[in-house]
Design a protein around this ligand. Sequence first.
Ligand code: SF4
Length: 225
Amino acid sequence: MTAPLVTPIERPVLEAPNGAKKVLLHSCCAPCSGEVMEAMLASGIEYTVFFYNPNIHPLKEYEIRKHENIAFAEKHGVPFIDADYDVDNWFARAKGMEHEPERGIRCTMCFDMRFERTALYAYENGFPVITSSLGISRWKNMNQINDCGVRAAAKYPGITYWEYNWRKGGGSARMIEISKREHFYQQEYCGCAYSLRDSNAHRRSQGREPIRIGEKYYGDDTQES
Ligand code: SF4
């Protein structure tokens, strides 16, 4: 099967830190990683997708996000590492932070946990650079994510976290464009049980229905996440 064409748009030619030829991309989902993946492909950067997201709850949501990401990686011929779903460890680390707001300390813990595993895999498998699709979302605090990435990489000699701002140069718009083109699943909360609870509470306060997992897809209506 021929690989799908990369969206024909002008992109800056990217270079990984220290001219590294191999990058391990931590991916949270297909919509966020779509542009990151195509941007690296367009620059000829060799990379592997690392899917480690034990925060995602419930399992049905996790499976949807993961399998869509696998399918997109296959479409582009990109290797995909399906790491553990050690959800018990995630809940253990989140203990006492159940009511923290989004972008607070629970999220720092959540990014730390995911990046620590990414950095360990990179160290053990010869990837000098790690990066993440998490920062492309406008709902996230990029400084918080970068701090976590740098902290995780610093635990292992020779590993660098690539702090590239994937939103710039039209990256945010292309993220939406690719999501619509691919008819990706449109998640309606960040991922964990607490973000699902809080998103539903917010919807209730507005007289809206609770989130229905697995039902919303990019391009089905004009609303964008
Ligand atoms: S809101 Fe998102 S980033 Fe924060 S803890 Fe939950 S899943 Fe992790």
